[in-house]
Write a protein that binds this ligand. Sequence first.
Ligand code: DGY
Length: 426
Amino acid sequence: MTVQPQDKDLFDNAQAILRDNDRGAYTVPTKGLYPFQWNWDSCLTALGLRHFGEERAWTEVTTLLAHQWPDGMVPHIVFHVADEGYFPGPDVWACGRPTPTSGITQPPVLGYVLNRLFTEASDKTLARERALALTPKADAWHRWLYANRDPEGTGLVAILHPWESGRDNAIDWDEALARVPTEGVAPYQRRDTQHVNAAERPTQAEYDRYMWLVQHFRDLGWDNRRLHDASPFRVVDPGFNAILVRSDEALAELADALGLSDIATAARDRVAKATAAFAALWSDAAGQFLCFDRVADRLIESRSVGGVLPLFAGLGDTERLVATIRRWRDQVAFGVPSHDPADPRFDPRRYWRGPCWLIVNTMLADGLKRSGAGEAAAAIDADSLALIRTSGFAEYYDPTDGSGLGGRHFTWTAAMVVELLAGDRR
Ligand code: DGY
């Protein structure tokens, strides 16, 4: 690992954050605001952790998968400990798991991460042993996604709750979420706004609908075979699907290396089908992909970063997507904003309605490098480092002035900085 002398302090600070948020066998995204294990946070964090010990990085994903549901679903939160500082906690979800978990999932970046942990490992024996145990579990999750979230076999999966996208309050969900009722939501007290500025978080109206969906799924006994058709919120997110495609490509490569040919073949078949289906999400006018509302049966006119994230999987026209990112970037001081700044609904400080996120920058830059667009990738990496140097390790950043927003001392931000500074091992 080579860290340039001028980056040493930054690197040491990132390492200290990973250490502070380490709970032994998993990391918390940040103390207070998020006191449990989150699915895609944990997976992306493993990429940073491996630079300080490969065994610990494997443990991070092993812990997550130890809480996979029998049907294959990997939950978005694992409640390893009791903590009243977060809402909704295990009692609200009431999923009946031995260690409590939430009942929904999150972007499946695991396959991509497993393959990187494996192919870039120094300890090949450990990597082989761990990958052999975890690859079938990742495959089961992907099979679960297509079986339960694409029951008609379109090639693209739907999210049933905005939290599943990881981009909780993106403008993408506004229309579909407005159809979710709020009658009968049990009184509750939000905890997030006790930790961070309410103006940087989702609104109360959004939270009421988030809670209605949780209650609705709970009333259906968390029976995943029933949830898709019974949900008033069913949206195909190009971002989520692109992450799934990239993870399936990675899973195929990993399975080949491990001699698991059935898994490799099934993953490649899923990639081929999804890739063909992606064409229906393309908008020439927007110069990007759009979300598709499965209930209203139409594309959603919302130009968010979810629609350029297919770059991570090499999907779509790279030049057009890069031009879209440049157009956004020209209107702000730091990239990549999570929504088109020209849209009157753009809000530079409210969570996923405008702010920059380092994990998104990293996935975009990774996909661009893979597609040979090194210059565009380097511009994004430069913005990521500029944000960190301006405001430290925040959860997200205002693209207009680079100020840090949301939680601080943030694990996946630190992990992405370690990745950036330690140099790509590929
Ligand atoms: C939260 O609580 O804000 C999370 O994003 C939901 O997973």
